[in-house]
Design a protein around this ligand. Structure first.
Ligand code: SF4
Ligand code: SF4
Length: 368
């Protein structure tokens, strides 16, 4: 495992240009330089020089980050900020009481068994794909993610759609992708889950299929932490459907808009998928790729700021007067819902917030 010291050179690449301020959702709300990467790098540089101690105060500022990666994409020095913050967080909190408690709650024994329990005894029906051809054109392994393990609403929608296609879907007992552990600085647990998943992902599949942008992002980052691994390409279910010759016909005309999750690296397929839908009107919202403000642990530790960011997001979505807000990440569904609740407009008439798979499963599917 790397240490903060290994990132000394990377941290020193920060020229303090301040460009990250213009894209950081937390900075835009707080105006606090310690909320954005530049300020954090000043602190971490002080730690590496021995002028500052990695203490609770610095941990508080490390927690003041959505890990959205917007600053990394914009940074002229292309510094991998999230990687540095995760390691710094680990070094800050390791061996504290809070850390030991968190380690216990995130352990395979607690977290892993809760997921295993839901997997074994689903409380809602789990759709099974029945019609598989003997010689499918593609063999994909489905990484469904923890939210589907607990409540398989999106999984069922995905399977319903894919049952129309000549694609074999393989399922295995994966662990969590590891993103929550990375964010909390629980690097040991992250490595444990990643190693387990890497083993199961090997098997000559054409793709690793996901319906969650955050799972896809984390899986594709395994190669950063483990050398010589060779995983199949990771693909969003929507991207795979965009390659298929099929149509989604909606019974009544509907207006839709789309929220791009920060972890969805490429969203080119979204417009292609919407072109395959009949009876829809797509309206792009202002700031469609702005963060929803949720980011799991961030929303728990910084509830006021999280709600402010979600409120801004939902205000833009509502301006489109869409019936549906579509996204591809369960955490974003929560962030957008938080925005509706904060704006006190969570009524029956509010737009429905759906994962792309759930939205498409409502349509009549026509395969050519
Ligand atoms: S954009 Fe990059 S180089 Fe500029 S201040 Fe932010 S982190 Fe430093
Ligand atoms: S990752 Fe996002 S929230 Fe964190 S400092 Fe960068 S832009 Fe701000």
């Amino acid at each position: 495992m790397k240490t903060l010291n290994d990132f000394k050179k990377e941290i020193n690449k920060c020229s303090k240009c301040g460009l990250c301020q213009s894209v950081c959702p937390v900075y835009k709300i707080t105006g606090n330089d310690c909320a954005v990467s530049r300020g954090k790098f000043v602190m971490l540089d002080g730690v590496l020089k021995g002028d500052l101690k990695l203490n609770k105060n610095i941990e508080k500022y490390l927690d003041l980050c959505l890990k959205c990666g917007k600053c990394k994409d914009f940074c002229p020095s292309n510094i991998d900020v999230c990687e540095i913050f995760n390691i710094a967080k680990y070094e800050c909190s390791k061996n504290t009481f809070h850390w030991k408690l968190l380690k216990f709650l995130e352990s395979k024994f607690v977290f892993g068994n809760v997921i295993h329990f839901f997997r074994k005894f689903p409380f809602t029906h789990r759709y099974k794909i029945i019609s598989q051809t003997s010689n499918p054109k593609l063999k994909v392994i489905y990484f469904k993610g923890c939210v589907n393990e607990v409540y398989p609403k999106v999984e069922n929608a995905l399977k319903k759609i894919f049952s129309n296609l000549d694609i074999e879907i393989i399922e295995k007992d994966f662990d969590c992708c590891g993103l929550p552990f990375l964010s909390s600085g629980n690097m040991e647990r992250y490595e444990q889950t990643a190693k387990h998943n890497i083993e199961l992902l090997n098997g000559g599949y054409d793709y690793v299929l996901t319906d969650c942008a955050s799972c896809a992002y984390t899986l594709s980052n395994y190669k950063k932490h483990f050398k010589n691994i060779n995983l199949p390409p990771i693909i969003n279910a929507g991207e795979l459907l965009a390659k298929e010759d099929m149509k989604f016909v909606f019974e009544k005309p509907v207006k839709i808009t789309f929220h791009k999750p920060c972890h969805l690296e490429n969203d080119d397929f979204i417009k292609l998928i919407f072109q395959k839908c009949e009876n829809i009107e797509y309206i792009e919202m202002e700031g469609y790729d702005d963060c929803c403000g949720f980011a799991g642990e961030f929303a728990i530790k910084n509830p006021k700021i999280s709600k402010e960011i979600s409120k801004k997001k939902i205000t833009n979505a509502l301006k489109t007067e869409a019936d549906y807000i579509i996204t591809t990440c369960p955490a974003c569904v929560m962030g957008l819902t938080q925005g509706l609740i904060t704006n006190k407009i969570f009524t029956k008439k509010s737009p429905k917030i759906l994962n792309l798979m759930e939205f498409l499963a409502n349509a009549k599917i026509i395969k050519s």
